[in-house]
Ligand binder design. Structure first.
Ligand code: C6P
Length: 418
């Protein structure tokens, strides 16, 4: 297994300061439109620290080769690094074994894998797929597609005005016909942290398996898929200081064993004749073709980097930044904040009078402030809130109070212009 030689938080005598940690991120040290970059679009993609960049660089310069196939040393080195990354990821999310972590292109492909493979094998006409109103499109559209094919129906658990799930309605929504529940762990549009342990427990009491979309949770919270008892858990590397093009589907072994392959090709077979193909063991059964080797190794380095800081320390830091930024924004005339859940991760969605969020995003960019504006791939949630879009500032542990100050100054400039 590859290691970064980074000490874990509980092993260090002295914790690194947040400013030292911030200096690990070269992208943050630049000017945009003549202003220092204030990067507040971490929910879309977070930045990569030096140890991740260095690990990728080392792979590219010295280890690049195909995995699992070669008898030569370089291929063995690449295979060890790739499988080492899987071990690191498994440990990071508390998966009982690495083979339960399937590398995918991202959370979107992970959800499609479950919908296409599990769904095709387990859904039939009249069955119900229970989703929540705050799902990202990637946990809606794949289910619509398989529902169309199988005749299953989608039902939707509502949310409150504050952006919390209506868990009081969960019991009645879980019917004898419910075959699977899909729920987002942390909402990308509102920041709501859903009580997934409780939701999984209640679904399991009705024999309903649960797919948790953990895309916005793994960068911010300590996640333990085993303790949570999730049947499936999906996330993306680029939101947690890793590269794009890589993500993970964790699954319970029993499900993954019985599910048919998602795609066919090399790597995922045991033997092929024109009459019959038999499939490889987990995880290869679900990884057809040459995988995203470099991004996977980068993700392995990213989870080791996060672990070196400590997820609890990260969560505490981000909660403090969120409180600070929320207070500042609340004091701004005309700003309306969406997402008032008691338990929130570091996402601040807002609008400003009748100024379109895209205009807000464009103008604050001239101050070097990068935020996202739009529906955040959660159109059903936007419809529920009766808004077309929001402006969204999303914080990471490497952000500072000064970043929040700059955001507010830029917003004040927006108001002045309109
Ligand atoms: N959200 C944002 O909010 P991919 O594109 O596969 O890496 O991730 C999809 C995805 C799934 N679930 C949640 C909760 C997400 O937030 C996302 C990605 C980005 O800015 C892009 S819409």
């Amino acid at each position: 297994m590859t290691t970064l030689n980074v000490q874990h938080a509980d092993e260090t005598d002295e914790m690194r300061s947040w400013s030292e940690i911030r200096s690990d991120f070269p992208t943050l040290d630049q000017t945009i439109q003549g202003e220092p970059l204030t990067y507040l679009d971490n929910a879309a993609s977070s930045q990569m620290p030096e140890p991740v960049i260095e690990r990728i660089d080392r792979y590219q310069r010295h280890e690049h080769s195909n995995v699992h196939r070669g008898v030569h040393t370089l291929s063995q080195t690449a295979t060890d690094a790739y499988e080492g990354a899987r071990e690191a990821v498994a440990e990071f999310i508390g998966a009982p074994t690495p083979k339960q972590c399937i590398f995918t292109r991202g959370a979107t492909e992970a959800a499609n894998l479950v919908a296409q493979s599990w769904g095709r094998a387990n859904l039939e006409s009249g069955d119900e797929i229970l989703l929540t109103r705050m799902e990202h499109h990637s946990n809606i559209v794949p289910w619509q597609q398989i529902a169309d094919e199988t005749g299953a129906e989608i039902r939707v658990l509502p949310v409150t005005d504050d952006g919390e799930l209506r868990l009081d309605q969960l019991e009645e929504m879980l019917t004898d016909r419910t075959k699977i529940l899909g729920v987002v762990h942390v909402s990308n549009a509102l920041g709501t942290i859903n009580p997934v342990e409780e939701i999984v427990e209640r679904a399991h009491a009705r024999d309903v398996p649960v797919l948790v979309d953990g895309c916005q949770a793994t960068p911010h919270l300590s996640v333990d898929v085993d303790a949570m008892d999730a049947d499936f858990y999906a996330f993306s590397g680029h939101k947690m200081n890793g590269p794009t093009g890589i993500g993970v589907l964790y699954g319970k072994e029993a499900w993954l064993e019985e599910m048919p392959p998602y795609q066919g090709g090399g790597e995922m077979i045991r033997s092929v004749t024109f009459e019959e193909t038999t499939y490889a063991d987990l995880p290869n059964k679900f990884e057809a073709g040459t995988p995203a080797i470099m991004p996977a190794i980068g993700l392995g380095a990213a989870v080791e980097y996060l672990t070196s800081i400590g997820m609890d320390r990260i969560a505490e830091r981000e909660a403090e930044l969120l409180d600070y930024a929320t207070e500042l924004l609340e004091a701004e005339e005309g700003v309306r904040i969406f997402g008032r859940a008691d338990d929130k991760a570091s996402v601040l969605s807002f609008d400003l009078e009748d100024i379109h969020p895209h205009d807000i995003g464009t103008i604050v960019d001239t101050h070097g402030v990068a935020i996202r504006a739009g529906h955040h791939c959660t159109q059903p949630l936007m419809d529920r809130l009766e808004i077309p879009a929001t402006a969204r500032a999303s914080f990471s542990y490497y952000n500072t109070r000064e970043d929040a100050d700059r955001l507010v100054e830029a917003i004040e400039h927006v108001r002045e212009i309109f």
